[in-house]
Design a binder for this molecule. Structure first.
Ligand SMILES: NC(=O)c1ccc[n+]([C@@H]2O[C@H](COP(=O)([O-])OP(=O)(O)OC[C@H]3O[C@@H](n4cnc5c(N)ncnc54)[C@H](O)[C@@H]3O)[C@@H](O)[C@H]2O)c1
Ligand SMILES: [Zn+2]
Ligand SMILES: [Zn+2]
Length: 386
């Protein structure tokens, strides 16, 4: 079929909205009519080159990251089911998880679906079923799809491993947000940081991921939540999600946290700034006390290896520094659970979307994100007449 999608032809160029050809789903795949897609910072990492492997590495792995359809935070309705798909049928409402979960690999089998072995193909751009493409440009080139799903298009085809069925009474535009940002932020607090009742938690970077880390920490029972963002516009909103205190930098937060905790410092810190940087690690580690844990959720440039870290404090204060992907969650369990919490009124989703855009305006949406105007921007698809 013919449809439209936002393609990145190479790094440091704008998203190009074009007509594409989408093949029917093959074995183990489904076609989804998408409602819209969240504008997560991770797609911008593709555009800036932060998430692009050097050409020699791509050649060694036998992949080409461009051209690629972006987007990895979507939901929609199944419109076609390929051979061999079980448990999904036309008309089902689904969230697309940004990491597939095969259910069979060692990680899936031990309750770590966010670390599914199929995650190895997140940036490879092809279907995880047979490593070929269903998306093609007008001139016949195979197109990659971000995170094996490519939600910056009105329709997509992906493996059933990326698809989580949800109840039909959940609004699809809200459900889309749980495909990445909500689960990642909420899980960074509840699973990766293991926030416990009464703790003091710091969240550095209060965008689409950080706001969800704040509400995750609040739900887990944190007593004090210090939201830190260089953009002061985010401070009031952070309080809406559960922050008890705000600061404009990690340096500014240090004396505040020292006073708030009588010198004990925070129990947990979660880093969710837009572009991960080794520079901020030590300053954030200084905000946590003995036995404290710092979770690094931000994505840094792919070749970044330099970190500022006091090894002395790491050992003597027995601090922990851990990474986290997809909130260390199990998407098949946590996505329906988070949506239940939304329906019960305990999880905020309506408040996350600052502004919606048409697919044609996707570059405007990303500029708004870079300018700090949005918690989450979202492109919504116009299926009128489709
Ligand atoms: N680990 C994962 O599974 C995962 C999943 C999704 C996104 N991410 C990553 O999480 C990060 C955040 O994504 P997002 O969509 O929330 O981005 P965003 O652009 O919406 O928010 C980032 C926020 O960080 C703030 N910020 C930037 N530098 C700062 C600093 N030095 N100190 C304090 N605040 C600072 C910005 O003002 C902004 O409010 C990105 O790196 C993204 O790629 C990781
Ligand atoms: Zn994301
Ligand atoms: Zn798996």
């Amino acid at each position: 079929m013919k449809t439209r999608a936002a393609i990145l032809w190479e790094a440091n160029t704008p998203w190009s909205v074009e007509e594409i050809t989408l093949d029917a789903p093959k074995t183990g795949e489904v076609m989804i009519k998408l409602i819209g897609s969240g504008l997560c910072h991770s797609d911008d990492h593709l555009l800036t080159g932060d998430m692009v492997m050097p050409p020699e590495v791509q050649a060694e792995l036998g992949i080409e990251q461009f051209p690629c359809i972006g987007g990895h935070e979507g939901a929609g309705e199944i419109v076609e089911v390929g051979p061999g798909v079980t448990g999904l049928e036309v008309g089902d409402h689904v969230v697309l998880g940004f990491i597939p979960a095969c259910g069979r690999c060692p990680s899936c089998a031990t309750g770590h679906q966010n670390l599914c072995d199929l995650g190895a193909f997140l940036l490879a751009g092809r279907q995880v079923t047979d490593f070929t493409a269903r998306h093609h440009s007008a001139d016949g080139r195979d197109l990659g799809i971000m995170c094996c799903i490519g939600t910056f298009g009105e329709y997509t085809v992906c493996s059933e491993a990326s698809v989580i069925k949800i109840n039909k009474d959940i609004p699809l535009d809200k459900a889309a947000l749980v495909g990445c940002g909500v689960t990642t932020g909420w899980g960074s607090a509840t699973y990766a940081a293991e926030v416990k009742a009464g703790e003091t938690v710091v969240v550095v970077g209060n965008g689409g991921i950080g706001m969800n880390a704040i509400q995750g920490a609040k739900m887990a029972g944190a007593e004090k939540i210090i939201a830190i963002d260089i953009n002061e516009k985010k401070h009031e909103l952070a309080q809406q999600f559960g922050a008890t205190h705000t600061a404009s930098s990690v340096q500014e937060a240090l004396p505040m946290i020292m006073e708030l905790t009588q010198g004990k410092m925070a129990d947990k810190a979660i880093i969710t700034i837009g572009v991960g940087s080794g520079e901020i690690i030590q300053d954030t580690m200084a905000l946590i006390g003995k036995g404290g844990r710092c979770v690094h959720t931000s994505v840094a440039p792919i070749m970044e290896q330099d970190v500022k870290l006091s090894l002395f404090e790491l050992t003597l204060f027995q601090k922990q520094l851990v990474g986290s992907i997809f909130g260390s969650a199990n998407p098949r369990y946590d996505i329906p659970r988070l949506l239940d919490m939304y329906q019960n009124g305990t999880l905020l989703l309506d408040e996350l979307v600052t502004k919606t855009y048409s697919l044609d305006d996707i570059n405007v949406g990303y500029q708004d994100m870079r300018d700090g105007n949005n918690i989450r921007g979202m492109v919504m698809y116009d299926h009128a007449g489709a």
